[in-house]
Design a binder for this molecule. Structure first.
Ligand code: PAF
Length: 281
């Protein structure tokens, strides 16, 4: 497996390849990431994983400095899976003119709601780095986790709006045995908090079951918030949306998604569950 530490090294390597699939990550890989890599390998023999903790997507009070960096272990895991190359550039290589002067990609309508309302600028940071990674790596296919559902939809819209020649594939959320969605941030939770945090998925499942007989979205959202609070969370949002554009759910939409973000102690967790609307024509 090649370890490409600069854009120049990546470009040189890329010239010798034909088809490439990309799995963008910020490192600290867990089984959820490895599942993304396996999904990519099912479609393409030549997989590049990027490891870059992107400063542009972190808010001033977020965990950029403390974000876990485990490059050696990450490279070992990727090598064992059969990844062809890891692209791990430096911040100055990605943002040579500095973050303030960097051209940004904004995806309107979807970036300032839900997680974007609590994390202003976050999805601009995500769309900008993913667009740059697409231009740097020039993959035919890129795989992202459905756990970050809003991120996935932002990236899909960005790719479509900018006519980028990349297929964006979502891979299903991987879960711990208690249902907790795998996330790098689970590492911040104590054993007891991890157990408590399984209530997030249970609440989503219960709401999904209730949605099939009762499309009273506001009422279900209120119950979801109450259940999360009773389980020891401080909820940020619990919201039922139309799955494609994440606008407020409407009764005739073919597919909804229930999205939640909630704090367990200091750790902000997110999760979601999609629901086919069986009564839509
Ligand atoms: O999901 C992530 O890890 C990041 O947001 C991504 C897509 C790698 C962009 O930095």
């Amino acid at each position: 497996m090649r370890i490409l530490k600069s854009l120049a090294e990546l470009r040189k390597w890329r010239q010798q390849q034909s088809e490439v699939a990309l799995v963008p990550t910020m490192g600290n890989l867990h089984d959820g990431h490895l599942h993304l890599v396996k999904t990519a390998l099912e479609r393409c023999d030549n997989v590049v994983a990027s490891i870059f903790v992107n400063p542009m997507q972190f808010g001033a009070n977020e965990d950029l400095d403390s974000y876990p960096r485990t490059l050696e272990a990450d490279c070992q895991a990727l090598d064992a899976l059969g990844v062809s190359a890891v692209f791990t550039p430096q911040v100055r290589d990605v943002y040579p003119r500095g973050l303030d002067k960097q051209t940004r990609i904004e995806v309107p309508g979807i970036s300032d709601i839900l997680c974007g309302a609590s994390r202003p600028g976050h999805f601009t940071g995500v769309a900008t780095i993913v667009c740059k990674l697409f231009n740097m790596v020039q993959p035919q296919l890129a795989v992202f986790g459905e756990k970050d559902y809003q991120q996935l939809q932002v990236i899909r819209l960005m790719t479509q709006d900018l006519s980028l020649p990349v297929e964006v594939l979502g891979a299903p959320t991987q879960r711990e045995t208690n249902g907790l969605a795998m996330s790098s941030r689970n590492g911040y939770l104590s054993v007891e908090q991890k157990q408590q945090a399984s209530a997030l998925y249970r609440t989503l499942q219960k709401t999904k079951a209730e949605l099939s007989s009762n499309a009273h979205f506001a009422e279900l959202e209120r119950s979801g918030i109450k259940e999360l609070t009773d389980a020891g969370f401080v909820p940020d949002y619990f919201s039922i949306r139309n799955a494609a554009d994440l606008q407020e759910a409407t009764a005739d939409n073919p597919e909804w998604v229930i999205l939640a973000a909630a704090f367990m102690g200091k750790t902000r967790l997110i999760d979601n569950l999609r629901v086919i609307n069986t009564s839509s024509k």
